[in-house]
Every structure is written in structure tokens, then in C-alpha cells.
Design a binder for this molecule. Structure first.
Ligand SMILES: [Zn+2]
Ligand SMILES: [Zn+2]
Length: 148
């Protein structure tokens, strides 16, 4: 995890409270829970796109970031099927796909490690792997790593 020192939008120094804009390559698993099921995201890899000091800055920054990538803000889905926020094609969420999200966190730093407490997270969009230039590559690398 790379922690930044300043807000990507207003360039103020960041405090322990931060709003993260992340992309995860993940796939869903659906576990039976009584009569129902529970959707669990298996995160294969995670890239920080940006870090903001406040939800005011993230609202502007995230909007811009998604726009630059040609992604519409469709909100997160738990699947098992959704449509790609970029090409509109069908996304089988049990297969690796990109999930964009925004998270409000508190950062705890010790000399040896950094951990996060997530206060709130919101799915922004799900994108098929074909629309992610490096997505398929990342997913395959991660799977290979997990099997090794
Ligand atoms: Zn800011
Ligand atoms: Zn797509």
C-alpha cells in the first residue's frame, strides 16, 4: 500500500482521515447462507488511484477520474451478472473483473506497518476485464501467484 502525503485534488497535507479512490481486480463468490446466499468479493489485486482529504475533494476527483477512463458511475453490483460501466457488455462477476470504489478510512501508522479502518465504502462501477488494458494480465498474475 502506498500512502500519499497530500490530497490529489487540493494538495493539502493529508491527515489520518482520508478518502481513497481504488480499483480492485476481484471476483465474487456466492456462499450459501440458509435459504439465501452471501456475496463475498475475492480481491485479486488492488491499485490506489487517488487519495483525497475530504469527501468534497473526492466528489470532484472521482468524477474526473472515472470520466478520464470513459467509465460511467453505475454504482457497485453484487452480481452475479452486471453490465460493464464502459462498454455495456455483460460482466460475469464470478470471473475476474475491475471494481472501482471509494472508501473513507482512518489510517493507523506504526513504525512497522500501516493499517486502515474503513468508515464507509461505496461501489462506483464494475468494468469487464476486456475494458481494462492491464486487467487480464493482473488477474492472471495474481492467480498464478496464489497457486504457486
Ligand atoms: Zn483535498
Ligand atoms: Zn467492458
Amino acid at each position: 500500500m502506498i500512502m500519499k502525503k497530500e490530497c490529489d485534488l487540493c494538495h493539502q497535507p493529508l491527515t489520518d482521515y482520508q478518502v481513497l479512490f481504488d480499483r480492485r481486480i476481484e471476483r465474487m463468490e456466492y456462499l450459501p447462507m440458509g435459504d439465501d446466499f452471501q456475496a463475498v468479493a475475492m480481491v485479486l489485486s488492488c491499485d490506489g488511484i487517488a487519495c483525497y482529504c475530504s469527501t468534497d475533494c473526492s466528489a470532484v476527483g472521482v468524477q474526473k477520474g472515472l470520466q478520464e477512463r470513459g467509465i460511467s458511475k453505475t454504482g457497485g453490483s453484487i452480481g452475479p451478472l452486471t453490465s460493464c460501466a464502459k462498454c455495456g457488455g455483460l460482466v460475469d462477476m464470478t470471473r475476474p473483473h475491475a471494481h472501482y470504489l471509494e472508501m473513507e478510512v482512518i489510517v493507523h501508522k506504526t513504525p512497522t506497518q500501516t493499517s486502515l479502518t474503513v468508515l464507509y465504502d461505496e461501489g462506483l462501477a464494475d468494468v469487464c476485464i476486456n475494458c481494462e488494458p492491464d486487467g487480464a494480465f493482473l488477474a492472471v498474475t495474481q492467480q498464478a501467484a496464489a497457486l504457486a
